[in-house]
Write a protein that binds this ligand. Structure first.
Ligand code: FAD
Length: 310
């Protein structure tokens, strides 16, 4: 069995693996796709100490750093089920989709999350070419340009307020007949001079030319009228979905499906820790996920030295 088994190989899982291996304990990482979301990222400009890099380079560096230690990397492996230890200090089991099973004295869950798509024509085609999901990451790319935000919940309205300070103009498009964000955010948004809000508006297409976004089409749901807004960027803010379906009923999840953790990264299941975008940690960013991975590994190690017989 492993001393520490990490499920997920994004920034959180890679950091956890490095911290675990440096303790000289048996460490394994099982990941569906090593590198995680950064594989789908173009520019990364906010990982502190790295002025600028790109997603594939960053993912390769995560893997190289992990491989520099004695870590079993099991790539292309999807975990299907977690079975808690039968008694305190016992082995935790993780069953894989391929029928295999792994056992460990401690487990770190770092399966990340994915952005919910609007699924309109143009979204997939222009992803990273004007279609973006993270205002903290990509907002500065649209400095001085016109952009839209799809979604009028807290994340959409926060994104619009944030972007309004950077870009020339923000159009916010919400499907429902009113914004669902907190009143204080809505009030702030309404006070901004360079923001236009459309409610009861269904996004129907993200248009583009020459390989980049040039507009957003929406339908006024009251009148059926179609509108085209010329712009350079569209931020889709209709939800971040944690990859935790396989944990339902075993590990305590928030109402958004995020793994509930304490300040040490501990879940409600003894010996099971979690880190990164799949958890209740505020803000989903690479630097935060990596830090959380280190926290979870150190906490899991602390758990090991208290509970297991060497
Ligand atoms: P992830 O990176 O999501 O990794 C999850 C890992 O778990 C993957 O290896 C995945 O394959 C694996 N996995 C999932 N389910 C299972 C399972 N059942 N069994 C086994 N393995 C599983 N952040 C920034 O800080 N700066 C940026 O510029 C930036 N740009 C972004 C651009 C895009 C397009 C996207 C999508 C995100 C961006 N982010 C950015 C956010 C950042 O990528 C995430 O916050 C970060 O990757 C989270 O790390 P993580 O390790 O928690 O999860």
């Amino acid at each position: 069995p492993y001393d520490m088994l990490i499920i997920g190989g994004g920034p959180a899982g890679a950091a956890a693996a490095v911290y675990a291996a440096r303790k000289g304990i048996r460490t394994g990482v099982a990941a569906e796709r090593f590198g995680g979301q950064v594989n789908d990222t173009l520019g990364i400009e906010n990982y502190i100490s790295v002025i600028e890099t790109d997603g594939p380079k960053f993912a390769a560096a995560l893997e190289a750093h992990t491989r520099a230690y004695d870590v079993d990397i099991m790539n292309l492996q999807r975990a299907d089920k977690l079975i808690p230890a039968a008694q305190p200090g016992g082995l935790i089991e993780v069953q894989l989709a391929n029928g295999g099973s792994l056992k460990a004295k401690s487990v770190i869950l770092s399966t990340g999350a994915r952005w919910r798509n609007v699924n309109v024509p143009g979204e997939a085609e222009y992803k990273n070419k004007g279609v973006a999901y993270c205002p903290h990451c990509d907002g500065p790319l649209f400095k001085g340009k016109r952009t839209a935000v799809i979604g009028g919940g807290n994340s959409g309205v926060e994104a619009a307020i944030d972007l309004a300070g950077i870009v020339a103009h923000v159009t916010l498009v919400e499907f429902a007949d009113q914004l669902k964000a907190d009143a204080v955010l809505v009030k702030k948004l309404q006070s901004l001079p360079n923001v236009t809000i459309h409610t009861n508006a269904q996004t129907t297409e993200i248009t583009g030319a020459d390989g980049k976004v040039n507009g957003l089409k929406f339908k006024d749901r009251a009148t059926g009228e179609e509108h085209l807004v010329p712009l350079a960027g569209v931020f889709v803010q209709i939800g971040l979905v944690p990859n935790t379906d396989w944990l339902k009923g075993t590990v305590a999840l928030s109402k958004f499906g995020e793994i509930e953790i304490d300040a040490k990264g501990q879940t409600n299941v003894p010996g099971v820790f979690a880190a990164g975008d799949c958890t209740t940690v505020p803000y989903k960013q690479i630097v935060i996920a990596a830090g959380a991975g280190a926290t979870a590994a150190l906490s899991a190690f602390d758990h090991l030295i208290r509970t297991s017989v060497p």
